[in-house]
Design a binder for this molecule. Structure first.
Ligand code: HEM
Length: 148
């Protein structure tokens, strides 16, 4: 498939009080409940990953907690929350960071299945849910880096 740039997907426009400051206006991150909501999302997602042996096998660390923190931080930053992720990890460059892992269409589908269940568990308002899901689905398609 064509590759809608994951870098573009990872670079939202958020008006901030300074280069790395808090978002200056109401934003999605705050509207859906901030850190707590994103942590719920990612913990529910990783519970799904942990129950899916072929997908779990891609994750290099047996302890998933660091991965939970990275994905939570990334998503918080993307949606206008704190920029802790980039302060600790630098530019997201997600496609590059996924290059070592064989993200096949099957793995993408597994990832999306668990993420869909995690999004559902949040019980967001329909518009917020559609925004969040639309992004995650596009980003997941952009992350595929092996045909099989
Ligand atoms: C399409 C299926 C995907 C698979 C199979 C997959 C798999 C992985 C694996 C195995 C890791 C390494 C664990 C870690 O170091 O944290 C990882 C890291 C990560 N993934 Fe994914 N991923 C997928 C999609 C996505 C998407 C769509 C996003 C963002 C919306 C994402 C965001 C991240 C982030 C932020 C990290 C940590 C990067 C770092 O700072 O090192 N992944 N992913």
């Amino acid at each position: 498939m064509t590759d809608p740039s994951a870098e573009r997907a990872a670079s939202p426009l958020t008006l901030r009080s300074s280069e790395n400051g808090q978002a200056a206006i109401g934003n999605f991150w705050a509207e859906v409940g901030g850190r707590q909501t994103f942590e719920r999302l990612v913990r529910a997602f990783y519970a799904g990953v942990a129950s899916d042996p072929p997908l779990l096998a891609l994750y290099p660390e047996t302890d998933l907690e660091p991965a939970i923190q990275r994905l939570t931080g990334f998503l918080e930053q993307y949606w206008g929350g704190p920029t802790t992720y980039s302060e600790q990890r630098g530019h997201p460059r997600l496609r590059m960071r996924h290059a070592p892992f064989a993200v096949t269409p099957d793995m993408r589908n597994r990832w999306l299945t668990h993420m869909r269940a995690a999004v559902d568990s949040l019980e967001l308002a329909p518009l917020q849910e559609a925004m969040l899901w639309g992004y995650l689905e596009r980003a997941a398609h952009a992350m595929v880096n092996r045909s099989a």
